[in-house]
Design a protein around this ligand. Structure first.
Ligand SMILES: *[C@@H]1O[C@H](CO)[C@@H](O)[C@H](O)[C@H]1NC(C)=O
Ligand SMILES: *[C@@H]1O[C@H](CO)[C@@H](O)[C@H](O)[C@H]1NC(C)=O
Ligand SMILES: *[C@@H]1O[C@H](CO)[C@@H](O)[C@H](O)[C@H]1NC(C)=O
Ligand SMILES: *[C@@H]1O[C@H](CO)[C@@H](O)[C@H](O)[C@H]1NC(C)=O
Ligand SMILES: *[C@@H]1O[C@H](CO)[C@@H](O)[C@H](O)[C@H]1NC(C)=O
Length: 331
């Protein structure tokens, strides 16, 4: 970034000097040429120093933001695909089917029979909305790696985008996303997602341990939009209770995802890499989610929310024709 800035200054420097020399009032001063040479040489030295010490922009931000995340274990297996790791918490927020019906665009059905097939005891009249609070790490393709970023939002799985009463899609209308990460913000915006540039606590990791917490394994995460009222915070503790089976999480996290429905995102989350086996593990958690984010009106709080704290590797295929996912995941 600094190098680019200095390059621009250096390029425009002769133009500035030319104008200065041409200016009638300045013309009288004999020191103009000297001033021009001295400042040009100084800038040249600064430019040289910038490229020597800072190198590429990625190295600058890595220097101010280091994560403890494990490396992407599948980058070398799929070098020509977008891969990365997602570390964070995924949890199920039961809301009434009536509210879900109001929030999900009316042209799309809700595949209640599809989630009941996976969760036969899920309470009557309820729908499983999803919260994801994730740190994207070592996202790359063709050897080009982008900076890590964090994002969070509430998503709506088991949506009948194709009106076939069968294929489940996940509607992800809004995301709080790392402010300044133009690649990630544009990437999500191109799906029609409402993106809210945000700051996160912690800034460079998935969550943070809460010191001296009463319950074991308590961690926090918070996101705040930098120029609007949107926010999302979570507080989760370890639990032994398995409210929802892992197969349910595997199912909805792997549903093709859309926002405005023009294109679909095929995020394939892998639960069989080194990130989910010892010493890493998938942990069951229970806690509280507080959110003020579209499509919900105003601040919401949900207690007793069950989820998983984990890191998974992923392969992502972007901007695909949603129609091509008819029957996706069928045996
Ligand atoms: C996920 O993030 C947490 C919090 O920063 C960290 O303790 C853990 O090691 C990470 N897991 C992996 C597999 O990277
Ligand atoms: C990798 O990318 C290619 C080309 O886009 C795609 O056809 C293939 O399905 C992707 N691989 C996986 C495992 O998704
Ligand atoms: C959708 O499929 C389910 C399960 O096969 C069935 O019970 C239901 O009647 C179907 N709904 C419509 C509108 O066809
Ligand atoms: C891991 O799971 C994916 C599908 O979820 C599969 O394509 C891949 O072969 C599996 N890898 C191993 C090593 O079992
Ligand atoms: C999710 O489960 C449903 C059954 O309710 C199944 O039809 C679908 O293929 C599964 N989706 C994925 C992505 O595994």
């Amino acid at each position: 970034m600094w190098s680019t800035y200095l390059d621009v200054v250096l390029l425009s420097h002769p133009v500035v000097a030319f104008l200065t020399v041409k200016h009638p009032n300045m013309h009288a001063k004999p020191s103009n040429l000297q001033y021009f040479i001295v400042s040009f040489v100084s800038l040249l030295l600064l430019r040289y120093a910038a490229s020597t010490y800072f190198g590429t922009p990625e190295q600058i931000s890595l220097a101010v933001c280091t994560t403890v995340d494990q490396p992407n274990p599948i980058a070398s297996i799929y070098p020509n695909n977008a891969t990365g790791t997602l570390n964070g918490t995924v949890a199920v927020i039961p809301i009434s089917l009536k509210l879900a019906r109001q929030l999900i665009p009316p042209q799309y059905g809700i595949l209640e029979h599809a989630y009941r097939a996976l969760l036969p005891t899920f309470p009557e009249g309820m729908y499983p909305a999803i919260v994801q609070a994730l740190h994207d790490h070592e996202v790359q393709a063709f050897g080009y790696k982008i900076d890590d970023f964090t994002r969070t939002g509430i998503e709506f799985p088991f949506v009948d985008l194709l009106n076939d009463n069968h294929t489940s899609f996940k509607w992800a209308p809004s995301l709080l996303m790392a402010a300044g990460h133009e690649i990630a913000l544009k990437g999500a915006g191109d799906y029609g997602t409402n993106t809210f540039p945000a700051t996160f606590e912690p800034g460079c990791d998935a969550y943070r341990a809460v010191p001296k917490a009463k319950k074991p394994g308590t961690t926090s995460f918070s996101a705040r939009s930098i120029n609007s009222a949107e926010s999302l915070t979570t507080l989760f503790s370890s639990t032994q209770e398995e409210m929802f089976p892992l197969s349910f999480f595997k199912n909805f996290t792997n549903q093709p995802t859309f926002a405005d429905g023009k294109t679909c995102d095929n995020m394939i989350r892998l639960f069989n890499t080194s990130l989910t086996t010892a010493p890493n593990r998938i942990e069951r958690v229970m806690g509280t989610v507080r959110a003020n984010i579209h499509p919900f009106a105003g601040e919401q709080e949900w207690k007793g929310v069950y989820g998983l704290r984990m890191a998974t590797a992923f392969i992502e295929n972007n901007y695909l024709n949603c129609e091509d996912f008819r029957g996706y995941g069928d045996p």
